[in-house]
Design a protein around this ligand. Sequence first.
Ligand code: ZN
Ligand code: ZN
Length: 324
Amino acid sequence: MNIDTIELSNTQFEGKNNAYLLQGNEIALIDTGVSTSRSEEALRTSLADHGLSVADLDHILLTHHHEDHIGLAGSFQRESGATVHAHSADAPLIERESEAVDRFNEQQRTFFDRSGMPAGARQELLEFLTQLTDLRGDPADLISHDDGDIIPIGDQQLTVFQTPGHTLGHIGYVLEDENEKELFAGDSLLPRYTPNVGGADVRVSNPLELYLATLRRIRDADFDRAYPGHRHIITDPKARAQEIINHHRERSERIIEVLTDSAPADAWTVSAELFGDLSGVHILHGPGEAHAHLHHLTQNGILTEEDGTYIIESNTEYQLNELF
Ligand SMILES: [Zn+2]
Ligand SMILES: [Zn+2]
């Protein structure tokens, strides 16, 4: 199968989005970028460069529910009749089932309260999040999957590879032949940034634990290559997964230092110490990331939590290495 990267502009999230075009005797697109005319034009132009149009798409595979990955799926599906695929845990949000969206918004409000987010920041964040709705485009009609499902692409196939943490239903897709094993990784493995955990999907109750398990799974799967949702192709996924695990261990060490100096502290306060002033989506991602760590450390007996504030458990001997 021939694989091409399509770079799409996007100024709101982790940097330019990648969509991947897979051509065998059927045509598949992995992720679609945001629903803006600029992004749509770039995708159409890129398809045309390959002698294709949107109508030629047979399958659209989505890695997770974020707008920068799903935006054009609904309208492209209408135009092409393509099947659209996602994980069962993210599908209700991509299809915009009202019950799932309401519950998500409610969980987000609960998170704002518990993290100690000040009213001004919360207002700014809500205004930002409202603007994002347009980027989601029309909802697609999905085929939902679980780990290990096989998706035939003509005479070849992709295997669903569950990678939760960044979102609850995040998945990658594995393409494997006798020579190579490759992962379309979405935002589960990025070459430059560490994907946000904690703020990017407030439905996940143990985001860091789940994400660390995902990183170990990627590390141990011996992929030859990973195609991320943003930026350049990762040529050593094993090393990159380990690097992100190490990064999270260092971040937890830093959080313990912050709490040594200024406990009790809530997620907002810890986030401010780590990341300083935040704007846009980072108002959510900063305290979300702090919360993910605080929760992980609490679950492992290193911290104690009361009403959203944390202190270091006294007299605890701990080995952070064992948690990461
Ligand atoms: Zn994402
Ligand atoms: Zn993304």
